[in-house]
Ligand binder design. Sequence first.
Ligand code: AP5
Ligand code: ZN
Length: 217
Amino acid sequence: MRIVLVGPPGAGKGTQATYLAKNLSIPHISTGDLFRANISQGTPLGKQAQEYMRAGQLVPDEVTVGMAEDRMSQPDAANGFLLDGFPRNVAQAQALDAYLRENELTLDAVLDLEVPEDEVVKRIAGRRTCRNDSAHTFHVEYKKPETEGVCDVCGGELYQREDDSEETVRKRLEVYHRETEPIIDYYKAKGQVVTIPALGKVSEVTQRAMGALAAKA
Ligand code: AP5
Ligand code: ZN
């Protein structure tokens, strides 16, 4: 299956992607995680992305699209993938369409995680992320690690992401409304969008998403 996950910052895309990718046996491809891994390794790509991320702005399409295509072309993605955080504007959605067309592939669904803005702010304020792998995320109230400050998955140190400050979150939400929301209409016009109410327990949201995918298949 080839799935796109969309939703505002803090909606739970990364959290849901972990479970959905496991259930569906497909890789979880997060452009945000790929950028953060490049930043922590000090690569040229990471250096290009860092200032944009710090400011809550989108990394330019020239950088992002190539990176996403490289990742989608890896052997583990041959039978499908779950995209989280990509595409993030209409130009990226068009680039993804062109990539799929060239490779004779199709998208099965676009899952739109719907969460009210005040909840998103609470989720982000309490999020703690692993230094070793930003796909390992916790929450001080909703998803506590067994030992405070320590990742349950790998033992890494938990920290608060630099772009999770109140000011940058406000900027990210503004960018989401302006740049990313239009892709929902883009995909609605193709009949590919399934809206998933994303309030409630993590496991309940996963069940809703799995149910929606089964109904679409
Ligand atoms: P990215 O890393 O993609 O960030 P985002 O879209 O802002 O999303 P988040 O990671 O903040 O949230 P999430 O929805 O994954 O929520 P999570 O599961 O962690 O992008 C960061 C930056 O990279 C961008 O600003 C941009 O600069 C750049 N970038 C990335 N992709 C790009 C692209 N395609 N083009 C250009 N630039 C790009 O959950 C949040 C918290 O809530 C966690 O603590 C979690 O434990 C908790 N939680 C989750 N579900 C629940 C629940 N059901 N109940 C209670 N708590 C919950
Ligand atoms: Zn970890």
